[in-house]
Design a protein around this ligand. Structure first.
Ligand SMILES: NC(=O)C1=CN([C@@H]2O[C@H](COP(=O)(O)OP(=O)(O)OC[C@H]3O[C@@H](n4cnc5c(N)ncnc54)[C@H](OP(=O)(O)O)[C@@H]3O)[C@@H](O)[C@H]2O)C=CC1
Ligand SMILES: O=C(O)CCCC(=O)O
Length: 489
């Protein structure tokens, strides 16, 4: 099935550097449909030469862009938002085709991405500084907020539009210029977004994007890490790569935002509304087929309600329709690639070998294609299993029975990660006690769908640092300059 969009020019197959589409890289990277393995396009497999050309352009454009009045930058971002929403159907189709999520989710992601662009268009005009009451006579003291400079954005495949938008929109709003490298699995959506930004009036050099394969990506990103002109790295992806970025950028002391892996606990207390808890878990766990860093990875259920909860959950999970994005009935699509599906299968096999029971699912669905895995519920999960220690990033719910609050909080926090946590309870005293005790950057109380452009998104511990979205989302792209004026007489 070929890649057909209402507006064919949205399928870009070149790097965008200094306002030009360029395909002068060393090789080509095939983009495939994860549902079928079919090749749908090819984009440049770039190297250090393209990475450096992108920084040259971004650095040259920075001086003028930072001086564009905030209201004008906001107007450009608003036009970008409008263009993204005007192409919602095509972009949704593009996301579904290269990433695999069902079409309704693909279109939903476009609206989610646009919400960040609109939000930061508004925030651009509120980048106020401070007038500081001077502690001594004869001085006037100010704190000014300035753009950090050239930003390198490195994005993952699981939300190819939203992750680009929530990094690039605040950077441009702040007056920074950007070099971007999308994931090898999903370059087409980001190239289409860059085209729409260009059409919205983002000037040449302000936003540059280079595509690369998994093999060449380290050379592209290392060129940026070693380049003193790049003043900030913003990254969403795995913790090992995040640590590499932190280490390698130390020599030039870049500012970093790292949104890394999670291992979210989801706790169902004995006083929870069980139906609401099942709904919340379905929403949180099965978004994007479980391939989200805030997906619950460990589900703890109180002994008094465990069996009833497991029965209700298994009925819902067993009824999920798995299939390609091209089938409007599909609720769970293929996993992104063969590495992903093999990791999921390994987690389930390991859990079963250590005594877990499969209530529903539990196997690959090779009849549908090479990347499908059945939505799965396991009972009897323990802390020793791989599915408890590592992020599964797939449609697997491992249930663990617990008996008291202190025990479950210790278990929930017993991980180096700290991105999201969820719990269900109707006891207001417990609610605040538990929310306080959870060591994560995000907590859902009787709610499974937490994402919103107005909320600060980010983690603690080895889930990284920095916040995306919200009134805090611009701070990562700004530094504060203290200006002190002495008396003139
Ligand atoms: N926090 C989150 O949202 C995400 C978490 N993950 C977690 O990570 C696991 C592995 O997923 P994976 O896609 O491999 O994640 P990665 O961290 O490898 O990829 C994320 C981004 O980093 C790039 N990258 C990879 N290696 C390097 C490197 N050495 N230097 C610089 N950039 C690099 C990737 O490029 P390229 O694609 O070209 O390799 C991609 O753009 C998942 O199973 C999940 O647990 C994954 C994605 C998102
Ligand atoms: O890092 C991710 O997995 C993407 C963020 C998902 C979200 O915005 O909820």
């Amino acid at each position: 099935m070929s890649l057909t969009l209402s507006r064919a020019e949205l399928v870009r197959t070149a790097n965008f550097i200094d306002g030009q589409w360029r395909d002068d890289a060393e090789g080509w990277l095939a983009v495939t449909d994860p549902a079928t393995g079919e090749r749908i396009a090819q984009v440049p497999d770039s190297g250090p030469a393209q990475a450096c050309a992108a920084v040259d352009a971004a650095q040259a454009a920075f001086g003028a862009w930072r001086r564009v009045p905030a209201r004008q930058r906001a107007a450009i971002l608003k036009r970008w938002n409008d263009r993204v929403m005007a192409h919602q159907d095509d972009l949704g189709r593009l996301i579904s085709r290269e990433q695999g999520k069902p079409l309704a989710e693909g279109k939903g992601e476009v609206a989610y991405a646009a919400s960040y662009i609109e939000w930061f268009a508004e925030q651009a005009t509120r980048m106020n500084g401070e007038v500081i009451p001077a502690p001594m006579p004869g001085r006037r003291m100010f704190a000014l907020r300035e753009p950090v400079g050239v930003v390198a954005a490195i994005t993952p495949w699981n939300f190819p539009a939203a992750m680009i938008a929530r990094k690039i929109a605040p950077a441009l709003a702040a007056g920074c210029t950007v070099v971007c490298k999308p994931a090898e699995d999903t370059p087409l959506t980001s190239l289409a977004l860059v085209l729409l930004a260009h059409e919205a009036g983002v000037p040449p050099g302000v936003l540059n994007i280079v595509t690369a394969s998994r093999e060449r990506t380290p050379a592209v990103v290392d060129a940026w890490l070693d380049d003193a002109r790049v003043r900030k790295i913003t990254f969403t992806g795995s913790t090992p790569v995040g640590k590499h970025l932190a280490r390698r950028s130390a020599d030039t002391l870049k500012k970093l935002s790292l949104e890394l892996g999670g291992n979210a606990p989801f706790i169902v207390f004995e006083d929870a509304d069980l139906d609401a808890a099942v709904e919340g878990l379905m929403a949180a766990k099965f978004r994007n087929g479980g391939q989200t860093c805030v997906c619950p990875n460990r589900v703890f259920v109180h002994g008094a309600v465990h069996d009833a909860f497991a029965r209700k959950l298994a009925a819902r999970v067993g009824a999920l329709k798995v299939g390609p994005a091209s089938d409007p009935a599909s609720q769970i699509g293929p996993m992104i690639n063969v590495r992903a599906v093999e990791k999921i299968a390994r987690h389930v096999q390991d859990a079963v070998a250590q005594g877990a029971t499969v209530l529903v699912g539990g196997q690959r669905l090779d009849v549908l294609g090479p990347h499908y895995f059945a939505p799965t519920v396991l009972t009897g999960a323990t802390a020793q299993m791989a599915c408890s220690g590592e992020e599964t990033f797939g449609p697997v719910v491992p249930l663990t029975r617990f008996d008291d609050e202190a025990e479950v909080l210790a278990a929930a926090n017993d991980t180096p990660f700290g991105l999201a946590a969820y719990f269900y309870s109707q006891d207001v005293r417990r609610i605040w006690r538990v929310a306080d005790a959870l060591e994560t950057g995000i907590v859902g109380i009787n709610e499974g769908a937490l994402a919103a452009e107005a909320a600060p998104f980010g983690g603690v511990k080895e889930s990284g640092y920095g916040r995306e979205g919200s009134v805090h989302g611009l701070d990562d792209y700004l530094h504060i300059k203290y200006v002190c004026q002495g008396q003139l007489d």
